[in-house]
Design a protein around this ligand. Structure first.
Ligand code: PMT
Length: 312
């Protein structure tokens, strides 16, 4: 009998841009594996669950993609080539610093007819320059690939395709699964084709459990990679227990637990041997430091230790 995750693939079609993304992933991975580089797949942002095939309504997830977008920048700083697999229109590395009107406010417009020009305000140069330099370094050297998903089904197809390309890196591949993936969905064969009508009785929508992809990912797709999953909870009492349960069940390398309200200043690392907290001090918060810088340094240290003891 097909497993739960296999039947998901057999009953949900790949997204229309799937083949294009698969080619991009293949080309990116082959190029960097030839150079013997370390690679990270960062998943980021939340998936949606459509309620209709011609989708007007969908169930969404709170994640803005801050964790993933910030972490991708720090992985690049640590010399990783990076696949940034994110929810379309969620935060992205580098541009995340200039959200909303921030970017416009950094510019001056000099209207001189055909000689109109735009300059960066002198007091914004110090802010923009280092971010632009990092962006250009990543972009010009082909160190980052962006691929995007919207629905949970898109995410499934893209994640498996990325893993198929990452397998060749063996232990040099790091998977950093920070996306907030829907736990419940409406299967494609139970979804109405057209917009659910609001006249008459309120609709009764039956959700089903989404299969956990960590199981095939760890045991079949990238068995030699260093896999890190995240666990979000709102009840502190569950955090470590749920993290340890996941580690025991899927047998990957690390779970990073976080509580919704404190996720920007505190996380808990649950490893096969122990648990430890990473907490931002007041000084660090005031200095504008981001917890992702600390998380990524710790993950990288764990990954390097892991590479050393692997024979691949
Ligand atoms: O984006 P931000 O606003 O910065 O928020 C960051 C975050 C809180 C979303 C992030 O730090 C985080 O905790 N992400 C994981 C959220 C979560 O608990 O996901 P989950 O319980 O659905 O899944 C747990 C793990 O299993 C995840 O690593 C996920 O990649 C994996 N999973 C989930 C669903 C699924 N079908 N298959 C999976 O393998």
């Amino acid at each position: 009998m097909a497993s739960h995750w296999e039947s998901f693939y057999s009953t949900h079609l790949p997204p229309t841009d799937f083949e294009d993304n698969r080619k991009l992933l293949q080309e990116f991975c082959e190029r960097h594996n030839r150079n013997n580089e370390r690679i990270v797949l960062v998943t980021s942002g939340g998936t949606t669950v459509p309620l209709e095939h011609n989708t007007v309504r969908f169930v969404d997830n709170f994640s803005a993609g801050t964790r993933g977008a910030a972490s991708a920048e720090y992985f690049l700083e640590h010399g990783y080539v990076t696949i940034f697999m994110h929810r379309l229109k969620s935060l992205e590395p580098f541009t995340r610093h200039f959200n909303g009107q921030k970017f416009m406010d950094m510019l001056d417009l000099h209207e001189r007819g055909p000689n109109t020009s735009i300059t960066v305000k002198p007091d914004s140069v110090d802010v923009l320059a280092p971010i632009l330099a990092s962006y250009k370094a990543a972009q010009d050297n082909g160190k980052i690939l962006y691929v995007s998903f919207t629905t949970v089904s898109d995410y499934f197809w893209l994640l498996r395709a990325a893993c198929e390309c990452l397998a060749q890196f063996g232990p040099k591949a790091l998977l950093y699964l920070a996306a907030a993936v829907s736990d419940f969905y409406v299967p494609a064969n139970q979804m109405p084709m057209h917009k659910i009508q609001s006249g008459g009785a309120a609709p009764n929508i039956q959700l089903q459990l989404v299969p956990k992809l960590l199981a095939p990912l760890v045991s079949l797709w990238v068995p030699h990679a260093f896999v890190v999953s995240f666990k979000l909870e709102t009840d502190e009492n569950l955090l470590i227990t749920k993290g340890r349960d996941a580690l025991n069940k899927y047998k990957h390398k690390l779970v990073i637990g976080n509580i919704l309200q404190t996720r920007r200043t505190r996380v808990v690392f649950v490893t096969p041997d122990n648990n430890y907290e990473l907490v931002m001090g007041r000084e660090q918060v005031l200095s504008g430091m981001e917890i992702e810088e600390i998380i990524v340094s710790n993950v990288v240290a764990n990954h390097l230790d892991y590479i050393k003891i692997q024979k691949f």
